[in-house]
Design a protein around this ligand. Structure first.
Ligand SMILES: Cc1cc2nc3c(=O)[nH]c(=O)nc-3n(C[C@H](O)[C@H](O)[C@H](O)COP(=O)(O)OP(=O)(O)OC[C@H]3O[C@@H](n4cnc5c(N)ncnc54)[C@H](O)[C@@H]3O)c2cc1C
Length: 434
């Protein structure tokens, strides 16, 4: 992806296998819109889609290129889960809140299929193959069993089942798991082709999108807001901040930045496995996540295997993080020891203090939709329908996403060492099997 400076190129597998990149001019001159959207990822684009459906005229302003943020470089796992399990949400906030959140997740997954269909994004290669949680020890397996039972009895969701050690070995090709939880909701997608397909569909529908147009300031005037970019300005009644973990590119979005903890997530892709060791691994082509706190995940993409995981806070890619991922991959899939790694890349996920994404307003002119905590492919690409509802003056009920306010990160200036400390503690707990 050739993103202009100061936005570094991303050398991902997705970038190498991108099908078609629509081109969008930078903003020049002064323009008037009903709504200005900052950020050209899933959240910003889905907001433009649903505003158009309500007859409102919106513009999407992207600092770099569409999909340069997390939307074009993520793992492509389509999931409706949150960082908190639904049973945890039920215990803390009540079963009805858990039900609303669960419904939201299912709706978001279904919506991915709708977007692919509506915009004809065959290149997104969406496969609703489900998700497998892989238990690394008995304690984790026991809690997966409890979750499956709770989902059935409390929410009536029968899509989840427990797999035995033998079934896990047959499913994954690894001997590393004592059992697992198969969830038939969700699947996998090519994330960059998905976001570019959305943008191409919006462009065809006449929606204004500008790349290389970083919003450097948001000013207020008598009627609304004025957004400044290097080449032009946009006046609008309302502005939507959809910049998630990349909210520190300019000071314009500092209001949300201070409530988000950026956590680096990295991944590696193997060379094609066809005719190589490991060819039969992950044969069902699902998404696979471990139960360790410093979660690793894996999937197939074409004939390659992709392996990813969270690292501690870091300003850029680190050789050590990639080496640790490779080591973990080979430990879990010894067949891959002799297979070379062809791609390595990373990006930032936006964690929130309460582990929940947030949709809300700072005031009558500024709306934000951020904080997906690493699971935004489905949720963010469905968020626009609710942002649009809020802009139209409605009060959508998204469970915890709308009823709990976005909290600032305490001691924000020392977040980097704090995240490293937490990551180290999680690694320790994983290492001792807790
Ligand atoms: C490595 C990685 C792996 C992940 N894996 C998964 C996964 O498998 N499944 C899953 O569900 N989720 C995953 N996620 C999370 C998911 O990608 C995000 O939650 C989702 O993409 C968020 O979309 P967004 O549109 O809100 O933000 P983004 O896609 O990050 O878009 C924000 C955009 O705002 C732009 N921007 C910032 N400041 C400005 C400004 N001042 N002016 C104009 N534009 C600006 C940025 O350039 C950026 O393009 C992953 C994330 C990462 C980083």
């Amino acid at each position: 992806m050739t993103a202009n400076p100061p936005y570094p190129d991303i050398r991902s597998l997705w970038q190498e296998t991108v099908s078609r990149r629509p081109v969008f001019d930078a903003l020049t001159g002064g323009h008037q819109f009903d709504v200005a959207i900052i950020g050209g990822g899933y959240t910003g684009l889905s907001t433009a889609r649903y505003l158009a459906r309500r007859g409102l005229c919106a513009v999407v302003l992207e600092a770099s290129q569409i999909g340069w943020g997390a939307s074009g470089r993520n793992g492509g796992v389509v999931s409706g889960k949150f960082r908190l399990s639904f049973s945890d949400i039920g215990a803390r906030y009540g079963v009805e809140t858990a039900r609303r959140m669960h419904d939201l997740g299912i709706e978001a997954i279904d919506h991915v299929g709708e977007l692919v269909e509506d915009y004809g994004i065959a290149s997104a290669d969406y496969r609703p193959t489900g998700a497998l949680r892989c238990a690394h020890n008995q304690i984790s397996l026991d809690s997966l069993k409890k979750e499956v039972a709770w989902l059935k009895t409390a929410l009536g969701d029968h899509a989840c089942s427990i797999l035995s050690t033998e079934q896990m070995q047959a499913e994954t090709g690894s001997r590393d798991f004592v059992g697992g939880m198969l969830n038939t909701h969700g699947g996998v997608i090519h994330p960059l082709n998905f976001v570019l397909g959305m943008a191409a569909g919006l462009k065809a529908a006449g929606i204004a999108i500008h790349e290389r147009s970083p919003v450097t300031a948001i000013r207020r005037d008598r009627d609304g807001v004025v957004l400044e970019t290097p080449g032009g300005t946009v006046s609008a009644a309302q502005v939507v901040i959809a910049t998630n973990s990349y909210s520190d590119l300019t000071p314009a979005t500092s209001a949300v930045r201070k409530s988000l903890i950026p956590f680096r997530s990295a991944m590696i892709a193997t060379a094609p496995l066809t005719g190589n060791p490991g060819e039969g691994l992950l044969s069902q082509r699902r998404s696979y996540t471990e139960t360790r706190r410093m979660m690793r995940w894996f999937r197939r993409a074409g004939d390659r295997l992709i392996y990813g995981g969270r690292g501690a806070f870091g300003k850029s890619d680190s050789d050590n993080a990639f080496a640790a991922l490779h080591k973990a991959m080979v430990r879990q899939f010894p067949d891959l020891a002799s297979v070379s790694v062809t791609h390595r890349w990373s990006g930032l996920v936006a964690m929130t203090m309460d582990s929940i994404p947030h949709l809300g307003r700072f005031d009558d002119r500024v709306i934000y939709a951020v904080g997906y905590n690493g699971t935004g492919v489905a949720l963010a690409s469905n968020m626009g329908r609710y942002v649009a509802a809020m802009i139209a003056g409605e009060k959508p009920d998204l469970g915890l996403l709308t009823c709990v306010p976005l909290k600032p990160v305490p001691l924000y200036p020392i977040r980097e060492p704090a995240v490293r400390l937490v990551a180290g503690w999680y690694q320790f707990l994983d290492a001792i099997g807790r």
